[in-house]
Design a protein around this ligand. Structure first.
Ligand SMILES: [Zn+2]
Ligand SMILES: [Zn+2]
Length: 378
C-alpha cells in the first residue's frame, strides 16, 4: 500500500503551494542521496518525497489525487491523461529536482524556449598499453547512451499525436507570479519548463523522446598519444531532448605503466642491471624496444653505475609528426651475492692485487672528506 502523499510530505490536506514547496525542500535536503551515501532507506524516502511533491504541486494532478487517491495514476486509470512527467521514471524525477534546486543555485539545465534540450556530455575512460600508444590503434568501444527514440522521432508523443502547448505558461516554459511588490519569474511547474505537455506519451520511450541503447564506436588513437589526453567525439554524447542537439563524448585516455619502460614526453627510459664483471670487463646485451625489434647495447670496460646510453630514435613517436624520441638505457650494477668459498677467495685475491688506479673514486675518499672539513674549520 502506498503512503498518503500529504503524509509523505508531512503537510495538511489543505496545504498551499508555498507550504508544499517548503516541506519538500526540507525533506529533499534531508534525504538527498549525496548526503546519505549508500543509505537505501534514505534513497527510498527521497524518491517518495519527489513523487509526492511532483503530484501535489500540479493543481490538475492534485485534484485527481484528492478525488481518486493513488488509483488516479495507475496505468489505465483516471490518471492516464496526465501522462507527462509521470511515465518518465528517473528522468522525470531528476527534472523536478533540478527545477527546485536549479532555481536555488541559479543553474539548471540548458533549455531553449521551444523545450529543446542539449544532450548531456558523456565521459568514457579508456586505458591503453604503452605499446598501443607507441603504434596507435583503432579501438572499438561500447558506450551505453540514450539515443533519440525512433518511434516518435524524439517528440515523446505517440505517433499520430503531437505535444500540446502548455496551458499554464502558454509555451514559454516560465511563469510570472506577483509576490508583494515583486514579480518573480520561475520555471512552469506544469511542463517543467518545456513549454509543451504530452497527453499521449509514446509507448517505447514513455514520453522521454530518448531510449537507452549501447552503441559501438570506432575511436582512432594516434601514435604517440600521451597519458591524460582527452579525445572529444562531437555529437556522440547523449541524445538531445525534443529535437535538441546531442552532447559530446569525451574519451579520457590513460596509458598503463610499463613493466620496463618509463616515458618522459617522447623519450623512454629503461633501467638495466648488469653484473659487476660485465661492468668491469665490458660486454654486450640486447634490449627489446617497443616496436618489437632488438637493439644491441655495448658496455665498455670500466662502466660505472648510473651511466646512460642513448639509443637514438628508439623512443616514442611524436604526435602528428614524423619525429621520434630516444631511448635511454640506465646502467645499474649488481653486486654479487651468496658467494661460494672459491669465489670469495678469488675476490679476496683480486682485492690484494688491486691498486689506486683500479678504484680512483673510492680510494682515499674518506681521507679526502676529512681533509675538506678540517680545512673549512681552520
Ligand atoms: Zn518515443
Ligand atoms: Zn508550461
Amino acid at each position: 500500500m502506498k503512503r498518503d502523499l500529504y503524509e509523505t510530505l508531512g503537510v495538511q490536506k489543505n496545504a498551499d503551494e508555498k507550504e508544499l514547496k517548503s516541506a519538500f525542500r526540507k525533506l529533499a535536503m534531508k534525504y538527498h542521496p549525496d548526503r546519505n551515501p549508500g543509505d537505501q532507506e534514505a534513497e527510498k524516502s527521497f524518491k517518495e518525497i519527489n513523487e509526492a511533491y511532483e503530484t501535489l504541486k500540479d493543481p490538475q494532478k492534485r485534484a485527481a489525487y484528492d478525488r481518486y487517491g493513488h488509483a488516479a495514476f495507475e496505468h489505465g486509470g483516471m490518471g492516464a491523461g496526465f501522462g507527462n512527467g509521470f511515465a518518465g521514471g528517473a528522468g522525470g524525477f531528476s527534472d523536478i529536482f533540478e527545477d527546485i534546486f536549479g532555481e536555488m543555485m541559479g543553474g539548471g539545465r540548458r533549455r531553449s524556449a521551444g523545450g529543446r534540450e542539449r544532450g548531456a556530455d558523456l565521459r568514457y575512460n579508456m586505458e591503453i598499453t604503452l605499446e598501443e600508444a607507441f603504434s596507435g590503434k583503432t579501438a572499438q568501444i561500447r558506450v551505453p547512451t540514450s539515443v533519440t527514440c525512433d518511434v516518435c522521432t524524439g517528440t515523446g508523443a505517440k505517433p499520430g499525436t503531437s505535444p500540446k502547448t502548455c496551458g499554464t505558461c502558454q509555451g514559454s516554459g516560465r511563469i510570472r507570479a506577483a509576490q508583494g511588490f515583486f514579480s518573480i519569474e520561475r520555471t512552469c511547474p506544469t511542463c517543467g519548463g518545456r513549454g509543451q505537455t504530452i497527453t499521449d506519451p509514446c509507448g517505447k520511450c514513455h514520453g522521454q523522446g530518448r531510449v537507452m541503447e549501447e552503441r559501438t564506436l570506432s575511436v582512432n588513437i594516434p601514435a604517440g598519444i600521451e597519458d591524460g589526453t582527452r579525445i572529444r567525439l562531437s555529437g556522440e554524447g547523449e541524445a538531445g531532448l525534443r529535437g535538441g542537439p546531442a552532447g559530446d563524448l569525451y574519451i579520457f585516455l590513460s596509458v598503463k605503466p610499463h613493466e620496463f619502460y618509463q616515458r618522459d614526453g617522447a623519450d623512454l627510459y629503461c633501467s638495466v642491471p648488469i653484473s659487476m664483471t660485465t661492468a668491469a670487463l665490458g660486454g654486450k646485451f640486447d634490449v627489446t624496444t617497443l616496436d618489437g625489434t632488438k637493439s644491441r647495447v655495448t658496455v665498455p670496460e670500466g662502466t660505472q653505475a648510473g651511466k646512460q646510453f642513448r639509443l637514438k630514435g628508439k623512443g616514442m613517436p611524436v604526435l602528428r609528426s614524423n619525429q621520434t624520441g630516444d631511448l635511454y638505457i640506465q646502467i645499474q650494477i649488481e653486486t654479487p651475492q651468496k658467494l661460494t668459498k672459491r669465489q670469495r677467495e678469488l675476490l679476496q685475491e683480486f682485492e690484494q692485487i688491486s691498486s689506486k688506479e683500479n678504484n680512483p673514486e673510492s680510494t682515499g675518499f674518506f681521507a679526502r672528506m676529512k681533509d675538506f672539513f678540517d680545512t673549512l674549520s681552520d
